[in-house]
Ligand binder design. Structure first.
Ligand code: ADP
Ligand code: ADP
Length: 227
């Protein structure tokens, strides 16, 4: 699915460089479910954002489905992102002024999907997530867990090959967090969607088959679970 070779990233304050990622090399295969763990400031979100093409590395090579992302124009990267990647955020990032239905439809509008196709895809996903009755509600009328379900449904509506999730259950209680992890596991096992999640929770991390532990901008160790 993707390969990172010697990825590095720094932020500069004009005087000195602050290296956030030092030398990250790893391969993530199609159909894998991977967790990224590590202490605060280790570079987890930065790594996820680079994989998601939301941030550019300062050095190294990044291949996504054999495309050299580090050499592509921003336009081409955006196309890849829109076509293949769905992002799930800790803070949900739903649009408050839009209903659940409209929030789910938005990515399809950006992709210029026809009106009839939009209707059928939104109807399908509402059905799958048991949210038909909530389609006309606004995000602030939903619990945190329900908002994150909408966040995941929105990430899935473009039929991505890869889901990237940054602390997807960071604001949820444990029962709701378990529900979200079960959804990820099912998506991964039954629909072969690749998943990379950043998490602080050992329990959530163990839903994946591999954990990459980051420390100070490098891979400290990797751990594999057999399922
Ligand atoms: P983690 O997700 O592991 O907590 P991050 O990737 O968010 O780590 O951040 C790693 C380090 O990079 C932190 O010290 C953070 O303050 C710094 N950092 C992240 N983004 C920026 C930025 N835009 N400008 C400067 N420093 C940044
Ligand atoms: P989280 O820990 O939830 O990943 P952070 O609070 O570390 O989030 O970062 C939130 C945003 O602020 C990110 O977009 C990150 O790039 C940016 N950021 C983090 N640290 C700095 C910094 N020192 N200078 C500028 N931007 C930063």
């Amino acid at each position: 699915m993707l390969q990172l070779k010697n990825i590095a990233k720094y932020h500069s304050n004009g005087i000195q460089k602050n290296w956030v990622l030092k030398d990250i090399s790893t391969t993530i295969f199609e159909g894998e479910f991977v967790s990224i763990m590590g202490p605060s400031g280790a570079g987890k979100s930065t790594l996820l954002n680079i994989i998601g093409m939301l941030e550019e590395p300062s050095g190294g090579e990044y291949y996504f489905l054999d495309e050299p992302v580090h050499k592509l124009s921003e336009k081409k990267r955006t196309e890849l992102y829109k076509h293949y990647i769905g992002f799930v955020f800790q803070q949900y990032h739903l649009i408050d002024e839009l209903t659940v239905y409209e929030n789910l439809e938005t990515p399809l509008l950006y992709k210029k999907v026809s009106s009839s196709e939009r209707k059928s895809r939104v109807a399908d996903i509402l059905d799958r997530f048991n949210m038909v009755a909530k389609k006309d509600l606004f995000p602030n009328q939903l619990s945190g867990g329900q908002q994150q379900l909408v966040g995941i449904a929105r990430a899935l509506i473009g039929q991505p090959k890869l889901i990237l999730a940054d602390e997807p259950t960071g604001n949820l209680q444990s029962a709701q967090a378990d529900e979200i992890m079960q959804i990820f596991k099912k998506l991964n096992e039954e629909e072969k969607v690749s998943i990379i999640q950043v998490t602080h929770s050992e329990k959530n991390a163990a839903y994946a088959e591999r954990v990459i532990h980051l420390l100070d901008g490098h891979v400290e160790r990797e751990e594999r679970f057999t399922r």
